[in-house]
Design a protein around this ligand. Structure first.
Ligand code: GLU
Length: 282
């Protein structure tokens, strides 16, 4: 167990924890929160910073989006008020490592649950079902995955979107993998690529931005099922269980529905109904 910056209060908690776990080899005493069981000073949560409607850092430094609302609700259930949350940007390719290093306590960042990732991290959820789609210029004649052969297609490194292109529906497209979807949107606007592919939830958010209104359209394809989960460090079953309880409560008390309306309403994104915990749509 790594010991860092131990205050008097947390030393007492730590002493108790050590007694309780004896030589259990629990190494969850990481950087992500000052108390492994919640209710400490701060909690670090991974989100996206550039995905309107999901996870967005606004110019005034505040954070908005469905993932932000879900994460804030979950944090509350773990014992943290909004002002105790420290948001950390976790880009698609960084998520597994951020959890393994203990940079964040959990990640709510359009993070699809799949077998490969589940080898490295644990997931709570799912809390949203999205589908992979294409974003193209309003006057584009790309309307299907079969139109992508030899076309320049943008997606993000470390995403299921890029993987699905290569494996499944457009192996002959010229795939450009950038670091973020906002970089792909810029590439689409400039004509450097012909299409952008990722989850419809994300694409709808970009298409509805004032500066892009009328310029882009979604193809409306359901190329995959993306079950969004909340990632936690591998082996942290206690946190997974607590987050699952929080998600169930959020759906039950209608806070989930409210967050959907507030964040997807402006983009006119037609979301799927709330998924059941543990119920993955393959
Ligand atoms: N949901 C997909 C994934 O987890 C695409 C969105 C993203 O890259 O965050 O890879």
């Amino acid at each position: 167990m790594k010991l860092r910056k131990v205050t008097a209060a947390s030393a007492a908690v730590l002493a108790l924890a050590l007694t309780a776990t004896a030589c259990g080899g629990d190494d969850s005493g990481d950087n992500a929160s000052s108390s492994g069981s919640g209710g400490g000073d701060k909690i670090k949560i991974g989100i996206k910073y550039d995905q309107p409607g999901l996870g967005l850092k606004t110019p005034d430094g505040s954070f908005t989006g469905f993932d932000v609302d879900v994460a804030t609700y979950v944090a509350k259930e773990l014992g943290y008020k909004p002002d105790q949350i420290e948001w950390i940007e976790t880009k698609s390719a960084d998520r597994e490592n951020a959890l393994a290093r203990g940079d964040v306590k959990f990640i709510a960042a359009t993070y699809s649950i799949n077998d490969e990732r589940a080898q490295k991290v644990d997931f709570a959820g799912p809390y949203l079902l999205a589908h992979q789609d294409l974003l193209v210029k309003a006057d584009s004649d790309i309307s299907d995955a079969t139109d992508l052969n030899d076309k320049k297609l943008c997606s993000v490194a470390g995403s299921t979107s890029a993987q699905n292109v290569k494996k499944d529906f457009a192996p002959k497209a010229q795939l450009r993998e950038l670091g973020t979807y906002s970089e792909c949107v810029a590439a689409l606007q400039s004509g450097a690529v012909d299409a952008l592919t990722t989850d419809d939830s994300i694409l709808a958010g970009y298409a509805s931005q004032d500066q892009y209104k009328g310029k882009f359209k979604l193809a409306g394809l359901k190329l995959s099922n993306e079950n969004y989960g909340i990632g936690v460090k591998k082996g942290d079953t206690e946190t997974v269980n607590k987050i699952n309880d929080a998600l169930e409560k959020m759906v039950g008390d209608k806070a989930w529905e409210k967050a959907v309306e507030a964040n997807f309403g402006p983009a006119e994104y037609k979301n799927e109904p709330a998924p059941k915990i543990g119920d993955l749509v393959k």
